[in-house]
Ligand binder design. Structure first.
Ligand code: KG4
Ligand code: ZN
Length: 344
């Protein structure tokens, strides 16, 4: 009888401490996520030193909870941890914890690109990794720290074709939320107020610029954020919902324009969207409509797997292990890691 194969995923790149167990590469046994939001919200942003401390305090209990479902003598075959990109101190905590666990369980230790995890999170449906992405595809990564376009030829075979020159899209959402005093992280709140305005049926009198950066696959969101700050400076009376609406429209129009340009240019008929901002309902709806019109296959992860979690790291680690075999894997952390094809 074939033995079951267990992958333990560890995620500590930013402000979520998470551990997850994946059975046979498909079945999620656990996905424990501790969010540090309460620690960082009074500073209206992530404080790297506090993030590292919180990871080191929480890691043991999060891992214990994740593996508790495997009984008193857990068997773990692979420990996959997010080795970058991310905050240097936070990554180190994950690296140390993951190495210790891999030695304890005599498991293979594998470093995984956090952003690749976001893309692969599209595979999860109701706790099972059952969707298989169809390749080639255009990957759109939209998180708090990154905004990137990739060509994916297969699992583990990626090429970066464009990224943001300045702010990431999630960062722009968070900065606008800060300007409007909406708390941290502000993306969901900005989106909620935008939706409120949208459903009010009122006419929007504000228009923010769309940074299309024509002729490139690059992004730039700092100008939209600055336009919002100038608007708030110059207008003493304004409707917060309307500002959020005008901002969200500008950002979503831009993301859709760019990703559709990429599928057209590369003649690719599938898109997968990953990262915290992929939870944005307006982006999901609008891009869904555009892809239906063009008969483009579109993948989003389920909302609960859009933000940082270790399930996506376990899945990426499992796939990497199965494809590359039992060699030694690269386990160096790299805060500025750029997506690349698997070769270690
Ligand atoms: O991927 P993620 O959880 O962490 C990073 O790897 O950065 O992304 C977090 C980002 C934050 O900037 C947050 O405000 C944004 O995702 N976000 C959203 C929404 N939900 C989360 N932005 C817009 N609309 C949302 N619904
Ligand atoms: Zn992330």
């Amino acid at each position: 009888m074939k033995k079951d194969f267990y992958t333990l995923g560890i995620e500590t790149t930013c402000d979520e401490t998470s551990a997850s167990v994946l059975k046979n590469g498909t079945e999620l046994v656990s996905n424990v996520v501790y969010s540090q939001t309460d620690i960082h919200k009074k500073f209206k942003g992530v404080v790297p030193e506090l993030a590292s401390r919180a990871h080191s305090m929480k890691m043991a209990s999060v891992v214990k909870q994740a593996i508790s479902k495997l009984g008193t003598k857990p068997k773990i075959d692979v420990v996959a941890f997010a080795s970058g990109p991310g905050l240097p101190g936070a990554l180190l905590v994950g690296r140390v914890g993951a190495e210790l666990l891999s030695r304890m369980y005599n498991a293979k230790l594998i470093g995984v690109n956090h952003l690749e995890g976001h893309l692969l999170a599209c595979d999860f449906k109701e706790g099972t990794a059952k969707t298989q992405l169809t390749f080639p595809l255009i990957g759109l990564i939209v998180s708090g720290g990154h905004t990137e376009l990739w060509i994916g030829k297969n699992y583990g075979d990626y090429k970066l074709i464009g990224r943001t020159r300045d702010d990431a899209v999630g960062e722009a959402f968070d900065k606008v939320a800060k300007l409007l005093d909406l708390g941290y992280p502000g993306g969901p709140k900005v989106s909620q107020l935008a939706q409120k305005f949208r459903s009010s049926g009122k006419e929007c009198k504000i228009k923010f610029p769309r940074p299309y950066m024509r002729g490139t696959f690059e992004f730039s969101f700092s100008g939209v954020k600055t336009a919002v700050s100038y608007f708030l400076r110059d207008n003493k009376k304004f409707n917060k919902d309307e500002v959020c609406y005008a901002f969200e429209e500008a950002v979503v129009d831009t993301l859709i324009y760019k990703v559709l340009e990429a599928v057209k240019y590369y003649k690719i008929k599938a898109i997968a969207v990953g990262g915290g901002v992929s939870a944005n309902k307006w982006l999901r709806k609008r891009l869904g409509e555009e892809c239906d019109k063009r008969k483009i296959k579109l993948y989003f992860s389920e909302p609960m797997y859009c933000s940082d979690n270790a399930a996506m790291i376990a899945l990426a680690g499992y796939k990497k292990f199965k494809k590359l075999g039992k060699k030694n894997f690269n386990i160096e952390i790299n805060p500025n890691m750029i997506i690349d094809s698997w070769r270690d």
